[in-house]
Design a protein around this ligand. Structure first.
Ligand SMILES: [Zn+2]
Length: 361
């Protein structure tokens, strides 16, 4: 598991601290902790996926082949079974078992061929054993049996039904978008890596009507991936500052349990916010800090953009307890310092470092 996958699975818990305004003097006076919000987040939540054990799979006929190489694409299939109007979970699980029986008993395969199955009732199920464990860690894959030449390259998704002449229903479609977005997020795949079975083999699968919808599927998945956002609080692993930055929970406008403050100094001793960015792209950067008349009127926020460092000066005497835009900038991909609060200011009062929100735009 990589740090990027860890951060992507964290949960975005929203906009933080209460908005109560303190009229007490500024500084590290004690106060009861505000609502403690964990802070870090992400955009592609894991959909509910029923494991092989949950839907009652048989054991595979052999240990199966698992590889350390992650998949480089997703292949969309249809099951070519009836377009059932039984939208229950029981039907979905029964479908998964019947596919496994067919693949093992009639085709002579070791297990279900595809990695995942989506029913017309909108249930997402693991197909081949070990598919889910690899997906949840975002690392490696179990070699499938869904498309010759692509079984160690592509995640195969079977969609219940026959889509030569009709389109999949809304329940199936929505869960397929969820599943594809999650797979792309976990394996760092762009939505453009979603294909139809027929793109790699002479077959009608996934049906003309479904195949015609693949551009829309890519567009909807791309929109999910673009919604990437992360919050780095002063308690997050992505925050670092020297011991000169002390901890306070004085202001009720804080984000999370506390924040850091320091006196101005003409030296480089910034408080840094780093994050793992999913792609080289433009990101909106916002700062959350408690404001107080005792805080600095010209706090420098430094943005470490791909075009060099840029400084935005913000008064921390008002407008606190909310997300304040620092602008939209280009950043490279990977783990990097995104922003910092500098102590190097002409102001004389405390500079505050509390939380940063980074949103891909
Ligand atoms: Zn197929």
């Amino acid at each position: 598991m990589t740090p990027s996958h860890l951060s992507r699975r964290a949960v975005l818990l929203g906009t933080g601290a209460s908005l109560g305004v303190s009229l007490l003097p500024a500084g590290p006076a004690s106060a009861s902790p505000g609502p403690g919000l964990a802070a870090s987040g992400l955009a592609v939540p894991a959909p509910t996926i029923a494991s092989c054990g949950t839907w009652g799979a048989r054991n595979p006929a052999d240990p199966l082949t698992q590889i350390g190489t992650s998949p480089n694409k997703i292949l969309i299939h249809h099951t070519a079974t009836p377009n059932s109007t039984d939208y229950t979970q029981a039907h979905a699980y029964s479908l998964a078992r019947s596919i496994q029986n067919f693949h093992m008993d009639s085709r002579g395969w070791s297990d279900t061929g595809q990695h995942f199955t989506v029913s017309r009732g909108g249930y997402v199920m693991e197909g081949r054993h070990h598919s889910l464990s690899h997906l949840s860690t975002g690392s490696g894959m179990v070699v499938g049996a869904h498309c010759t030449g692509q079984n160690d390259q592509a995640i195969g998704i079977e969609n219940e039904g026959t889509y030569t002449g009709i389109e999949p229903n809304t329940q199936l479609w929505n869960r397929l978008v969820d599943l594809c977005a999650y797979i792309c997020g976990q394996y760092d795949l762009p939505a453009s890596r979603i294909y139809g079975h027929r793109d790699f083999l002479a077959t009608t699968c996934p049906g003309d009507a479904f195949y015609a919808l693949l551009p829309r599927l890519r567009t909807e998945v791309a929109a999910r991936l673009a919604a990437w956002s992360v919050i780095v609080d002063n308690s997050s692993p992505g925050f670092r500052a020297s011991a000169n930055w002390q901890v306070s929970n004085f202001s009720q406008q804080r984000y999370g349990a506390d924040y850091r403050y320091a006196t101005p100094v003409g030296a480089s001793d910034a408080a840094y916010f780093s994050a793992t960015l999913p792609a080289a792209a433009s990101y909106k950067v916002e700062a959350w800090f408690p404001a107080d008349s005792g805080y600095n009127a010209a706090t420098p926020f430094v943005l470490f953009t791909s075009g060099g460092s840029k400084t935005v000066t913000v008064s921390q005497q008002s407008g606190g307890g909310q997300w304040r835009s620092l602008g939209t900038y280009a950043f490279g991909a990977g783990t990097r310092d995104v922003a910092a609060v500098s102590r190097w200011t002409s102001g004389t009062q405390y500079v505050i470092a509390d939380a940063i929100r980074i949103t891909k735009v």
